[in-house]
Write a protein that binds this ligand. Structure first.
Ligand code: 5RP
Length: 228
């Protein structure tokens, strides 16, 4: 059955199946979001049962959860490579991703790109033929207007992400703002990724092109399909 609401069951099967890949001694990149959270909780259970691993968090949220469930942590600043990273995505097409729904994509990209094995965990509502989800772009606060104008020149429609629970914009863990940039169907993600990376004032964008090694897709019936 195709899962259209991103049910927790689908997210859980994807997250947990990825956490089960982790081996003793691994340094694990801990992604952000509700699907990656299932992987972190499963890792916590496995640590309780004797698994010897350390995690590298991609956000305040994933760091706090790892602490809560007992996954030992190392600082990203102290590591140069990671064995396996497990992270969610907002959309997946042809192995490429849009990420950043949790405004954590800058740190996620550093961690996921440093991993020998980057495992993406999603429920099946996230899988598309072509990427079309708005692309989150983290910008220096003072560059938001100039970046927005350049995004418009590139054919995008930028919108400053607003905070859900208070007035004002979302502020990232790095103290910056997020422009969600709608480009419609992204038929050439690598070209768009290069263009966005070249805009002064852009810290990082949420297009992850050619980074994923493996995809775990959960469905609402508790099944998981893995693709490399
Ligand atoms: C955070 C992300 C998340 O991985 C992405 O938003 C998916 O989240 P969820 O698993 O809750 O749907 O990129 O920056």
């Amino acid at each position: 059955m195709k899962n259209t609401d991103g049910s927790e069951a689908a997210k859980r099967t994807a997250g947990e199946s990825a956490a089960d890949l982790v081996s003793d001694g691994d340094l694990v990149g801990l992604g952000t979001g509700s699907t990656a959270a299932h992987a972190i909780r499963r890792l916590g259970d496995r640590v309780d049962s004797g698994l010897d691993v350390a995690g590298v968090a991609t956000s305040y949220q994933s760091r706090e959860l790892a602490r809560e469930v007992g996954v030992p942590l190392e600082s990203l600043a102290d590591v140069s490579r990671i064995d396996v990273a497990i992270d969610g995505a907002d959309q997946v097409a042809d192995g490429n991703l849009v990420k950043g729904g949790g405004a954590a994509h800058t740190r996620e990209k550093v961690v996921d790109a440093a991993a020998d094995r980057f495992v993406v965990v999603v429920d099946d509502s996230k899988v598309a033929d072509v990427l079309s989800h708005p692309v989150p772009v983290e910008v220096l606060p003072d560059a938001r207007a100039t970046v927005a104008e350049t995004v418009r020149d590139a054919g995008g429609d930028p919108e400053l992400r607003a905070a859900e629970r208070k007035d004002g914009p979302v502020v990232t863990d790095n103290g910056n703002l997020v422009l969600d940039c709608d480009f419609g169907s992204v038929t050439e993600p690598a070209a768009l990724a290069r263009r966005l990376s070249g805009i002064p004032g852009v810290l990082e964008h949420g297009l992850f092109v050619g980074l994923a090694d493996e995809l775990h897709v959960g469905d609402a019936d508790g099944g998981v399909a893995t693709r490399s």
